[in-house]
Design a protein around this ligand. Sequence first.
Ligand code: CO
Length: 221
Amino acid sequence: METSYQKLIKGNKSYAESRLSQDPDFFKNLAKGQKPDYLWIGCSDSRVPANEITNTQSGEIFVHRNIANLVVHTDTNLLSVLEYAVKYLKVKHIMVVGHYGCGGVQTAMTNIYHGYVDNWLRNIKDVYHDNSQELDAITDLTERANRLTELNVIEQVRNLAKTTIVQRAWAERELHLHGWVYGLADGLIKDLSVIHDSSENIDPIYRYTHVKPLSDDIIKL
Ligand code: CO
């Protein structure tokens, strides 16, 4: 009897066949290397797959996903992905992509204990705390969660701008940071228009001077 996981292997076979039928060199070309223009920092939610919802192909988006699309300055996974994407892949745009109906955001709005994950979601509670006047004034809980989702994305974009990695990229080239929210109910991305392309619009305490360009690190063998 076929178990449910075998559905994925079957699906993969038909995926590979359909790509090859359109372009016999599709995988041969992909295997040569990647040159994506975008780094996507999104939620792990199964309903928000980066390529599928943007109609893009393999090779176009470098992806990092975690619960509630957070940019935490001690997260070595995120920082490694970010450095690699910016320094070596030289992506031109980084988008933090939240989504309405995010379980992480909704949970962070409650006081119910869930375990280890509460320490991760604490970052969203901080966003709530910083915007509590605005959020408490929204009586509808879904609307309040939606606004917190947007504020969380804006804060994570700011967190990206505060990293030495992004500021080192800005020391030598253009790099654009964007904040987006995806609607599960309509399939559409809302651009929050919180573009950062220099450290000028972040609080001065987070701006570094004498920043060495990232390319200084690249060892030429
Ligand atoms: Co989510």
